[in-house]
Design a binder for this molecule. Structure first.
Ligand SMILES: Cc1cc2nc3c(=O)[nH]c(=O)nc-3n(C[C@H](O)[C@H](O)[C@H](O)COP(=O)(O)OP(=O)(O)OC[C@H]3O[C@@H](n4cnc5c(N)ncnc54)[C@H](O)[C@@H]3O)c2cc1C
Length: 371
């Protein structure tokens, strides 16, 4: 056998599993379909490598796999670190009531507590320091207080590194220079949060405690081999283990190969596809957009919005702001937040088919990616 264990996918499931197996002395291989990204390579411009296309991964192995199904769109990261590269960093412990039904008896709220604590420690989670709360957070608190729901308001725990001494005025544009470089508790260089608002498109400040900066790093230190740009296509049972078929993307083509291991861990989610042969719905990424003409400018605008304005809490804060403006003319106190809200509402007015257009903008990659 080539390896003791092959782990497919390097997101939360794959990263943690490979880390713990490697620590126990197993010879581990991680196969990851996406690239290894860093703060200098995250896509920003239209021409950059945004799209993962299952229909043509040889050319489109960008970092976001976006697929739409009936009544649902799914977005997932494609890269070393999986969803951690683009997620919103919120590390929430579910309430005990979540475990009341639907779980195997072995999985209990009490039984998981020590694991939540371990994950919180490795991901190094923190709340946004109170001196860096944005006007939106203050508005949320104010709204919760006014609704008599103060006990339900609380800052989320985030897998983000903050500089407690940062003094940032939210009326000024965020500046990367506000980020300080440091070595994290696992020995990886990172930066502190400069409030760029780019969590979901890849942090240029390196402040997100993504899996490559903790679990995957520990796994590698313990001998794990991580192979980016390796798409697993098939798993075959063989005597005393498995043969995993994969193709490596290189120079616009792919090199098929296979590797064996005693055990295989599936840490990859792949909507509506199965590993044996990958039959599925390539049509999902092959659409021809009726909105193609408008999509470029719209995507550009959307990206700009995304840099500045995101998450459900913002929407709520917008409403809170609208109400407080009407009631107290509070708008003057929050010029930047107000401007963002007005930009967003204006964009929605001008683009009523917004969600449809975003999808098709992504679904029609215009540039080819190379390794
Ligand atoms: C925009 C966004 C914001 C989010 N915010 C939060 C949040 O704040 N808090 C929270 O708890 N969760 C959040 N999530 C959800 C969270 O990211 C996912 O639940 C989590 O990433 C799932 O982990 P996973 O290991 O199952 O899959 P993933 O993290 O998606 O990892 C799977 C990996 O497998 C790889 N892969 C897939 N198929 C193959 C193949 N055939 N061969 C090789 N590799 C393959 C993929 O490229 C990927 O790297 C967010 C998700 C998104 C998209």
């Amino acid at each position: 056998m080539d390896f003791d264990v092959i782990v497919i996918g390097s997101g939360f499931g794959g990263a943690i599993t490979s880390c713990r197996l490697a620590e126990k002395g197993k010879k581990v291989l991680v196969l990851e379909r996406g690239k290894k990204w860093d703060r200098t390579t995250y896509p920003r411009e239209l021409e950059d490598e945004w799209i993962w296309s299952h229909a043509d991964p040889e050319h489109y192995h960008g970092w976001t796999d976006l697929r739409r199904f009936k009544g649902m769109a799914v977005i997932a990261g494609a890269g070393v670190g999986g969803g951690s590269l683009i997620y919103a960093n919120v590390s929430a412990v579910p309430p005990e009531s979540v475990f009341a039904s639907g779980w195997p008896p072995e999985i209990t709220f009490a039984g998981l507590q020590s694991y939540y604590a371990t994950v919180a420690d490795i991901l190094d989670i923190h709340e946004v320091p109170q001196n860096q709360w944005s006007p939106r957070v203050h508005l949320m608190k104010e709204a919760a207080d006014k609704l008599g729901q103060s006990q339900r308001f609380g800052p989320a725990k985030l897998a983000v590194s903050f500089d407690n001494d940062l003094v940032y005025d939210f009326d000024t544009e965020p500046d990367l220079k506000n980020s300080k470089r440091f070595i994290n508790k696992h020995g990886v260089e990172q930066g502190t949060c400069a409030h760029l608002g780019e969590c979901d498109i890849g942090c240029r400040a390196d402040a997100k405690n993504t899996l490559d900066k903790n679990y995957l790093h520990i796994a590698e230190k313990n001998g794990t081999e991580i192979r980016p740009l390796h798409l697993v296509t098939k798993i075959e049972a063989i005597a005393s283990g498995y043969r995993v078929y994969h193709k490596e993307f290189k120079n616009g083509g792919s090199i098929p190969s296979s590797t064996t291991a005693e055990r295989v861990i599936l840490g990859a989610r792949d909507p509506r596809r199965r590993f044996d042969g990958f039959h599925g719905t390539p049509a999902a990424m092959q659409g021809h957009s009726p909105h193609a003409a408008k999509s470029e400018s719209f995507l550009r605008e959307t990206l700009e919005q995304q840099r500045r304005f995101s998450h459900a809490c913002d929407v709520f804060a917008s409403h809170a702001l609208a109400r407080s403006r009407n009631n107290h003319r509070r708008g003057d106190r929050l010029p930047r937040c107000q401007r963002q809200r007005e930009d967003l509402l204006d964009s929605r007015r001008r683009h009523p088919q917004r969600d449809e257009q975003i999808f098709w903008s992504f679904a029609q990659p215009r540039t080819k990616t190379t390794k």
